[in-house]
Design a protein around this ligand. Structure first.
Ligand code: ZN
Length: 704
């Protein structure tokens, strides 16, 4: 039971194609255009099965934005453009929930669940031989939210808070495309309704988010839950969209008609209520929700998910078991803390306790000081963990972590291990409260903490520890990509005094290297070849390799496209930077500061004189893709081994034909090019049935 019938879907799809053909949209089309966009948001965010590419979605969205800009009086409150409104007001005032959001009682094993079943039977005065039907769904590990709709419009979003009162965050709720701004409750004579759900971030999106933050030397999130709950309180709703936050709805909490009479009685079961929400277009658990005929089935389903949790795209820490019939739920009632008709089944935690022996400090490539806890080695989900990042001083203070403490460490899935909490009750008084260093552990410069940043920083750009980190970064794959020149070499040459700055990398004495232990003529020659090759890199790689704060790969490309020689940047004003789309004042400020430092300019001249390319190359110039390029708007993925070109070459070819390379097989994928020995990705694409599968030859023919 879904929101749109097949016929309606076909109609909306046809309409989107009409709009995308590029004929001028008229005011008369406004309503239709909105409906089309709402439909595609639902396909993408609720079903995870988009029918059009992101590019096409953006085109439709832009059409609507333009049309509304011309006719501002016709903008409706539920228009997709109103998801990210720029209304002022950035506070999160407390609001009372219409009914309290209680927590759940916990269970940990089959015995607990059997006890629960027995208790329910007693409460509803049922014969012990008779079976109770349960609805079981995942216990999402995100941030709980409550949504209020009145006269079909989303009027309020709030966090769970203490269960009675939460914080209002309507603007952020509206920014989540999986939450309809308008839903047809009135057809069921429901005037006002409160829904419960969970705001979540998908694990793969979380990993990417952290990687990007790490690259920008921003503090990373300890786990997906923190990333999702944190975003509920951000002041810019756009951030909610860029972080990819979604919301699953799992409970109808309250629903009345205009006269204030309870209207939830029209549903006989919890499952019916969820199907109703699904039909109205909400994202609800579907495949991961099960109606179980008896407690035996409940136990099997819970144990199955305990094994499967790592394969699920979202973090879940258990399952929730609910009595399905609403009349029975009513008979069970509530305690002051939790409903008697529901229980959480908690998965086995991947946690362990261990001793925190010491805290060490790492200096990053732009001087951020990261405290790292050294632990008594401990086994967690098959991996030995002996050190974990403590992120920054605030993290340590907020958790009151002390040296000598016993700490609880968790490792969930592929997420980096982190400290959950410190076991205060195990302290014997010998633990030391951290005294955060006031000076750089490497160069002794006094540390500063810029406003709005979480980390203390060493501001000496010539700090030895930073220079070393920058050399690591410079030679790395993403930057100058000097093949074979890893961290170990940098460290060794650094200790020998051969490399003191980036320029030294290009004046190594390969005869001396050949005589080093563990080297030889051959490996020295290989290294020379790799270094010489890197000298020809395009300018954008070189810019990125300089470790300028906030200057990531993307902006490096944007800048390289604008200058013919790196030195031109030293004459740029802030306006010159920010006039480029996607370049903000923070990057501008940092690049300007870099080029204002005389020592940096000398270094760049030195590097250029050593033969390293610092000029714009063909690869730096922006590629214009014709609107009729053969793969325009398509997503593509290469798998298996290709015979006529490397994977990288194939991806570049696809890009210049207008396609976007993606890394996983999903319903977002349009084309899979399968080389020899293509394995699981090919199978998965074939199973999906929506992916066009091509051979290497067919691909080449297509882009000709
Ligand atoms: Zn320093």
């Amino acid at each position: 039971m879904v929101k749109y019938s097949k016929a309606t879907q076909r109609e909306l799809f046809e309409q989107s194609k009409q709009f995308l053909k590029g004929a001028k949209v008229l005011v008369a089309d406004l309503e239709a255009l909105r409906n089309v966009i709402v439909y595609h948001e639902w396909r993408y965010s609720v079903l995870n099965e988009p029918m059009i590419s992101d590019f096409e979605y953006d085109q439709l969205y832009q059409m609507l934005k333009d049309l509304e800009a011309e006719n501002p009086l016709l903008v409706t409150a539920d228009s997709p453009t109103q998801r990210v409104s720029s209304d002022l007001g950035s506070d999160f005032p407390p609001v009372a929930h219409l009914t309290p959001m209680l927590s759940l009682d916990n269970s940990y094993n089959a015995e607990d669940l059997n006890d629960f079943d027995q208790r329910i039977k007693k409460l509803v005065m049922m014969d012990t031989d008779e079976a109770i039907e349960y609805c079981v769904e995942p216990k999402f590990d995100g941030g709980s939210i409550a949504l209020v709709y009145e006269k079909d419009f989303l009027i309020r979003g709030a966090t769970r808070g203490n269960g009675v009162k939460g914080e209002e965050m309507t603007r952020n709720a509206k920014a989540m495309r999986s939450i309809p701004m308008k839903a047809n409750f009135s057809a069921y004579d429901i005037e006002k309704v409160e829904l419960r759900g969970e705001a979540l971030i998908r694990k793969d999106i979380f990993e990417k988010l952290n990687k990007d933050r790490m690259e920008a030397e921003q503090s990373v999130f300890a786990n997906p839950r923190n990333a999702a709950t944190g975003v509920l309180r951000v002041k810019d709703p756009k951030e909610v969209q860029t972080r990819g936050i979604e919301a699953f709805i799992y409970q109808l909490g309250y629903g009345v008609n205009a006269a204030g009479e309870n209207r939830l009685g029209q549903f006989e079961t919890h499952d019916e209520g969820i199907k109703f929400l699904e039909k109205l277009g909400f994202k609800v658990p579907v495949k991961e929700r099960k109606l179980c005929k008896n407690i035996r089935e409940v136990i099997d389903f819970c144990l199955y998910w305990q094994e499967q949790r790592e394969n699920y795209p979202y973090e879940i820490d258990g399952m929730v078991v609910k009595v399905n019939r609403l009349d029975l739920q009513e008979r069970c009632g509530y305690t002051s803390h939790h409903p008697r008709w529901a229980i959480a089944f908690k998965f086995k935690a991947k946690q362990a306790t261990t001793k925190l022996i010491n805290i060490e400090y790492q200096v990053g490539k732009i001087g951020s000081i990261t405290p790292v806890a050294k632990l008594d080695p401990v086994q967690l989900a098959g991996v030995t963990v002996s050190s974990v990042s403590l992120h920054n001083e605030e993290f340590i203070r907020s958790k009151d972590i002390r040296i000598g403490d016993t700490v609880l460490v968790e490792r969930a899935g592929d997420v980096i291990p982190y400290i959950v909490k410190t076991m205060e009750e195990l302290r014997d008084g010998s633990e030391e409260v951290l005294v955060f260093p006031t000076h750089c552990p490497s160069c002794q410069t006094k540390l500063v903490k810029p406003e709005k940043e979480a980390a203390w920083r060493c501001t000496n750009p010539h700090c030895e520890a930073q220079v070393l980190q920058r050399m690591f970064h410079h030679v790395s794959k993403d930057a100058m990509n000097i093949d074979g020149f890893g961290q170990a070499y940098v460290e060794r040459f650094f200790e020998l005094g051969w490399v003191k700055n980036l320029a030294d990398i290009y004046r190594l004495d390969y005869d001396k290297i050949a005589n080093l232990e563990g080297f030889g003529a051959k490996s020295a020659a290989n290294l020379k070849k790799a270094v010489d090759q890197a000298k020809q890199n395009p300018l954008h790689r070189f810019l990125y390799s300089l470790s300028i704060h906030h200057l990531g790969k993307k902006v490096s490309k944007l800048l390289a496209a604008e200058v013919s020689h790196v030195m031109e940047l030293k004459d740029w004003s802030e306006e010159d930077f920010t006039i480029i789309k996607d370049v903000g004042p923070v990057v501008a400020e940092n690049v300007m500061a870099f080029f204002a430092d005389e020592k940096h300019l000398e270094l760049l001249q030195e590097i250029e004189s050593l033969g390293v390319n610092v000029k714009q190359t063909e690869a730096d110039r922006p590629k214009t893709i014709a609107a009729d390029a053969p793969l325009i708007g398509k997503t593509i993925l290469f798998t298996g081994s290709l015979q006529q070109m490397s994977r990288k070459e194939a991806q570049t070819k696809a890009e210049s034909a207008g396609a976007k390379n993606i890394s996983a097989v999903s319903s977002n994928l349009n084309i899979l090019v399968a080389g020899e020995k293509a394995g699981s990705k090919l199978k998965k694409a074939q199973a999906l049935g929506t992916v066009q599968v091509l051979t290497e030859e067919e691909f080449l023919a297509l882009i000709q």
